[in-house]
Write a protein that binds this ligand. Sequence first.
Ligand SMILES: [Cu+2]
Length: 71
Amino acid sequence: MKKNIRIEGMTCGNCVKHVKEALSELEGVTGVDVNLDTKTAVLEASGDVSDEDIKATIDDVGYAVVGIEKL
Ligand SMILES: [Cu+2]
């Protein structure tokens, strides 16, 4: 499973690190690639990770999800 997540509120490399670490801890996640320029994260996982879990995780570290698309 692969999802593209659009995130609001990231302004620097530390933000990218926070988001990457938080998403990496979700169950089944095998890869996270966060891009500051496009304000997106690509999440790869062995199983299904729900949009709700992704939103809650990003919320917890202080950013906002504005969209999720399945790739
Ligand atoms: Cu920052």
